[in-house]
Design a protein around this ligand. Sequence first.
Ligand SMILES: *Cc1c(COP(=O)(O)O)cnc(C)c1O
Length: 431
Amino acid sequence: MNFVSTRGGAAPCTLSTAIAAGLAPDGGLYVPAELPRLRVTDFDGCTSLPGIAERLLQPFFAGDALEPELAAICREAFDFPAPLRALATPNDYILELFHGPTAAFKDFGARFLAACLSRLRRTQARELTIVVATSGDTGAAVAAAFHGQPGLRVAVLYPDGRVSPRQAHQLGCFDGNIHTCKVSGSFDDCQALVKQALNDAALQAQVPLSSANSISLGRLLPQMSYYASSSLQHWRTHGRALNVVIPTGNLGNAFAAILARALGLPLGDVVLATNANDVLPQFFGGAGYAPRASVATLANAMDVGAPSNFERLRWLYPDDAGLRAAFRAAAVDDAAIRDTIARRWRDHAEIHCPHTATAVRVLETLRRDGADGDWCVVSTAHPAKFESIVEPLIGRPVDVPPALAELLRRPAHAEPLAADYAAFAQQLREL
Ligand SMILES: *Cc1c(COP(=O)(O)O)cnc(C)c1O
C-alpha cells in the first residue's frame, strides 16, 4: 500500500518512508492511499492483542520492506494487555490502556514506532537521534520505548517545573541512549527548539534527526489495535457493537478509533470528550473550526487548542455536514472533572485519572439523556500518574502499578538547558 499527504502535495510513498519521515514534505499528514475493508470473520482465530494487530495492520504493510517483520513488531510492541472491563453501572465498560511501562496509552504507539524504526535503522551506518518536546506523557513513553534500541538515541526536552514530580522522575530515569533536558522555559519553548533543530540542514548533516510526535503514522496505525481487540471481544461475547467515549487532545487516539470503525470493526458511536479546551465540541456543535491557544486544565495531556489530527478527520470526511454527522464531542470543565473523580470513588469504588474522568462524565451525561446500548470509556492513564490531583479528591493513596513503581525506584537525572537554540544544537552535537 502507498501513503499520501492530506494536503495532496507529496508523491505517494511506502509505509517505511512515511514512518521514517513523520511529516509529509508538503507539511501535511500521511494517510493511506486507500482504505482496506475488513470483516469480523477476517479475524477468526485471532484472539490475542498482537494477533489481532497483525491481521488488522497487514494491508497497510503489504509490499513494504517491514512486511516480513510485522508479526515480530506486534509481539514486541504489544507485550502488555489492553483489558476491557465492566464498570459498576450496567452495560458500561472501561478499556484500560495504562498497563504499559509508563502507565499511559502513548506506550502503544511509542513502542510500535520504536520497533519499526529500530528495524529500518539496521541497514544504516549512522545513529539516528529522535528529538521530542513533551508536556509530560509523550516524552516518557518515547524514552521507555527507545531505551536500549541500537542505532537510535533520544533527546527529550521538558519545561522545568511544569510537569508533575512523578512525570519529571519518569522523564529522567532512563540512561544510556536517552538524554533528558529540563528547559528553563515553557512547553512552547521546548517545541520551538525541536522544530528549529528538525529544520536545521547544517546540524542534520552532522547529526541525523527525526521526531516521534503524535502525528507520526508509526504511532497512529497501531493505536487502532486496541479498538479492534476490544470491539471484537465484545462482538464475540454479546453480538453487539461497542460505542466508545475517548478523552481527546490532539485527536491521535480518537482518530485511530474512527479509522478502525471505517475499516469495518464493530464499533458504534464514537464520542470525543475534551477538557475546557473545547475547539472540537464547538465545531461539532455547528460553529466553525477555530483553533486557539490552549488553557491549562487538570487533564493536562489534553490541553490542546489546535488538534493536529483534525486534518486527518477532514481527509476522511471532506464535507463538514458528513463530519458532524459521524461523531459527537463534549467538553468537561475542571469542576466536573473533580466531581466525577470524587463521586465515582464514593459511589462505585472506581478511581479514574483526570483524563479518563472527562470520558466518564460524558458517558454519564449520555446515559442521562437516554443513550442505550453498550458503552465503553477509554482510560488513557493510570490514576497513580496524577496522584497530586486524585489523592486529595478520594482521600486515600492510589496504589502504584508495578511498572511505574519500578521506574520511580531508579535514579533520575536531567541536564539543565536554557531556552536557547545555539545551546541545544551544541548539546545535540556532543551527545
Ligand atoms: C496524550 C493523552 C491524551 C490525549 O490523546 P490525543 O491522542 O492527543 O487525543 C489523553 N490522555 C492522556 C493520559 C494522554 O497522555
